[in-house]
Design a protein. Structure first.
Length: 142
């Protein structure tokens, strides 16, 4: 019984150490972080001023997700900069969709329009590139 439990734990460890699982984890953490900050700011700011703050929040969380991805995968990624951009863009897109869905459910109106979606994805992708490059340089400095 003990050996079976150990085998299951080793299998779970191998699965969780795969780069694709870590990419999904980084994107989910970045998206949840964005939503938490948005709803925190919703309590302090009016709904009209919130869309102006959103690109800054998405940029930070996109960079954080890309940094976390490159830092945790080590040398598993062949093209870490491209995966960082993809992680940042995914954080921007998911944050936009989930924020609009939740605000439409809670307040009866969507938070952002389609132009804001493009801005969020572009800003998050660029900051994801910055976060990935920063993680690559930090690894090289160690």
């Amino acid at each position: 019984m003990k050996e079976r439990g150990r085998a299951v734990m080793e299998m779970l460890w191998r699965i969780s150490s795969h780069w694709s699982v870590r990419w999904v984890h980084a994107v989910v953490v970045g998206t949840v972080g964005t939503l938490l900050v948005i709803f925190f700011l919703n309590g302090m700011l009016s709904v009209e001023t919130l869309p102006g703050c959103l690109p800054w929040v998405v940029a930070f969380n996109g960079a954080m997700a890309a940094f976390m991805l490159v830092d945790r995968t080590g040398g598993q990624l062949k093209h870490p900069r491209q995966w960082s951009v993809a992680a940042g863009a995914a954080v921007g897109a998911l944050s936009h969709v989930l924020a609009n869905t939740l605000f439409a459910y809670l307040h009866g109106m969507p938070l952002l329009g389609t132009r804001s979606a493009l801005v969020c994805v572009a800003v998050a992708a660029l900051s994801g590139l910055g976060g990935g490059v920063l993680a690559i340089k930090a690894k090289a400095a160690r």
